[in-house]
Ligand binder design. Sequence first.
Ligand code: NAD
Ligand SMILES: O=P(O)(O)OC[C@H]1O[C@H](O[C@H]2[C@H](O)[C@@H](O)[C@@H](O)O[C@@H]2CO)[C@H](O)[C@@H](O)[C@@H]1O
Ligand code: MN
Length: 445
Amino acid sequence: MLKQQSILIAGGGSTFTPGIVMMLLDNLDKFPIRQIKFYDNDEDRQNKIADACRILLKERAPEIAFSATTKPEEAFTDIDFVMAHIRVGKYAMREKDEKIPLKYGVIGQETCGPGGIAYGMRSIGGVLELVDYMEKYSPDAWMLNYSNPAAIVAEATRKLRPNSKIINICDMPVGIEHRMAEVLGLSSRKDMTVRYYGLNHFGWWTDIRDKDGNDLMPKIKEHVAKHGYVTPAELSSAESDIEASWKHTYEKAKDVFALDPETLPNTYLKYYFYAQDEVAIADPNYTRANEVMDHREKLVFSECQRVVDAGTARDVKLEADDHASYIVDLARAIAYNTKERMLLIVENQGALVNFDETAMVEIPCLVGSNGPEPLVQGNIPRFQKGLMEQQVAVEKLVVEAWEKGSYQTLWQALTLSKIVPNARVAKQILDDLIEANKDFWPELK
Ligand SMILES: NC(=O)c1ccc[n+]([C@@H]2O[C@H](COP(=O)([O-])OP(=O)(O)OC[C@H]3O[C@@H](n4cnc5c(N)ncnc54)[C@H](O)[C@@H]3O)[C@@H](O)[C@H]2O)c1
Ligand SMILES: O=P(O)(O)OC[C@H]1O[C@H](O[C@H]2[C@H](O)[C@@H](O)[C@@H](O)O[C@@H]2CO)[C@H](O)[C@@H](O)[C@@H]1O
Ligand SMILES: [Mn+2]
């Protein structure tokens, strides 16, 4: 009989929380649960999600104990897995991360360039705090962390909490693999076995095969060269479920792919290869944060309110997706030693032979009860190596700047980012970001 698990969702008020709860409910036969707790530092926001999830859980799995709290000891005691997805500063700060660089004609993005650096400087402290609570109150637990910017957070936990049981993850590769599977007519992305390497939001597939070992790359490449990662269904229907900004990102993968037709790229490389094109189509007064607040956040919170008002979650419209299935698969792999092959952000340690051993890289790993076992991906080519060396230096400098409280180091990080044109612009953006982030960043000297 499988051991029943106790789960803490940290960032209970996240728009992604209901999806994860739905996915946990869908998998109770493979991942039995005795307790789910929510933790957040914003009680009102968390309660809106928790009140709906309490109804959902009572109807579908009344045997699972449920609670929501803002008290760390109550939250982190008696836990097997912490599923973390906090956003320090919430959407109000994401909006500033995006709009400040745009004032200077520079990409404003959640995880890439100056926006990602600003968000990283807020997230490091928040995530380390969660790790410390977990180690104090449930020292045997694992933290599976989605909190962004995952690359910077991963470098911070590697360097500042080297022995902690935290695994940093991203749903972007599985989201793209889902699209590849649709292109191939496969029923699941899990029918594919992939080789992949890179940094978070900065990587490439080098090999994709079916379970019999047949090479699937040629067919995917043929599609991507024409349509990027827009799926056949999206191409043939005038109406699509995806938002226009994501559709553009999937289309733009065509131009990103053109740079290296040997591999298949992660979508967010568009911000590095085509920075000016992306700035040209951005609206400095209405960025992705505004879209998310107007769409996903409204949708999730209004649906939770509807469930609470109706007193039932019988016809709840919130769905579990790849994002949720990935974190649940990872928890299962650790809990029951499934040895599932998954892309994770781990310390390189020779897996990319000719790359910095201490870099946090995104590569396939076999996951069991001891955690991830990285799979060697060999030598990487000069083009990717050059790009990755520059980007990993940015990520390491940000963590160093946070640790030392150093203005100079953060200025260097911004200047080194491929997205920022020069040191003068880097300084202007930095000074604005410091002012905007004074409640969140360490003081920089
Ligand atoms: N790694 C990935 O691929 C991936 C994918 C999707 C989302 N995410 C990340 O997941 C997170 C949640 O995204 P969202 O859009 O749902 O955000 P959200 O703002 O809806 O939710 C985040 C929650 O975190 C809470 N929070 C902030 N600081 C906290 C702290 N110090 N302690 C406890 N709680 C805190 C907020 O109050 C909020 O309820 C973000 O970091 C986002 O970037 C990552
Ligand atoms: O702008 P947002 O908040 O909608 O998304 C930013 C996040 O984007 C990635 O996740 C995508 C995923 O790539 C896509 O396939 C689909 O599932 O939607 C997800 C987000 O809604 C990315 O991996 C995250 O790190 C970003 O935060
Ligand atoms: Mn991601």
